[in-house]
Design a protein around this ligand. Structure first.
Ligand SMILES: CCCCCCCC/C=C\CCCCCCCC(=O)SCCNC(=O)CCNC(=O)[C@H](O)C(C)(C)COP(=O)(O)OP(=O)(O)OC[C@H]1O[C@@H](n2cnc3c(N)ncnc32)[C@H](O)[C@@H]1OP(=O)(O)O
Length: 176
């Protein structure tokens, strides 16, 4: 995805085949009223992790616009979803992330945050993604580098089981 501003993505419909497990103790997943971001990550049949999300008023920085740190959280979470597909036996921790904020993102609208298919190189996973506004403008792009660790370094067996949620995805297709 280029860093050019005001670019509209050429979109098509993608079929959703599943959802990444989520946890109520995670800031990115927990959707309580004022508790967290509340993202749900869909997996598509062509290897993307994708998320439709209604931006919250309580996440504003400048009035009416989503805080850049919250936008970074969207990407940390959605791009991390690729690591669950690629290294399900491990946990992946973010070690680096680069974000280009091309257009401001308003609160109170439905955006889409997308992680492209990625690949593993030993313990390293590099993922790229983009955020689309309702009119398909590419507002933000991101690149992240994750490193896998033993799952037991981040979650006990009990927590790992307790945190898995197998809810059906809320939608069957997503356009991006
Ligand atoms: C299917 C079941 C799924 C279950 C699902 C459960 C439900 C969901 C539950 C929960 C949702 C969670 C959602 C999370 C999403 C957000 C993720 C975050 O926010 S992560 C927090 C922020 N990140 C950190 O705090 C990392 C801090 N860094 C570290 O702790 C270490 O650096 C670590 C563990 C990543 C690596 O340390 P070492 O001791 O294991 O390994 P060494 O030997 O130091 O490094 C290995 C290789 O990586 C490079 N490396 C290490 N650190 C690097 C860095 N910072 N930058 C670049 N390279 C680095 C090294 O040069 C080395 O490279 P060479 O293999 O030799 O080529």
């Amino acid at each position: 995805m280029s860093a050019e501003r005001n670019v509209k993505a050429e979109t098509k419909e993608h079929t959703v085949t599943g959802q990444i497990p989520w946890s109520e103790t995670c800031f990115g997943c927990n959707g309580g009223p004022n508790e967290g971001v509340g993202l749900r990550l869909a997996v598509t049949d062509d290897g993307y992790v994708a998320c439709r999300y209604f931006t919250k008023e309580c996440h504003q920085g400048f009035p009416g616009f989503v805080h850049g740190g919250i936008i970074a959280s969207y990407f940390d979470e959605v791009l991390w979803g690729q690591t669950v597909i690629l290294a399900p036996e491990a946990s992946a921790m973010t070690v680096e992330m680069n974000i280009r904020y091309l257009s401001a993102v308003k609160t109170g609208q439905e955006i889409r945050v997308i992680a492209k298919p990625a690949k593993v190189e030993g313990r390293h996973i590099y993922v790229e993604g983009f955020l689309l506004l309702p009119d398909d403008t590419v507002a933000v792009t991101a690149k992240a580098h994750y490193i896998t660790v033993k799952k037991s370094n981040t979650l006990t067996e009990h927590e790992n089981e307790r945190m898995k949620h197998g809810e059906e995805p809320a939608y069957r297709t997503i356009r991006f």
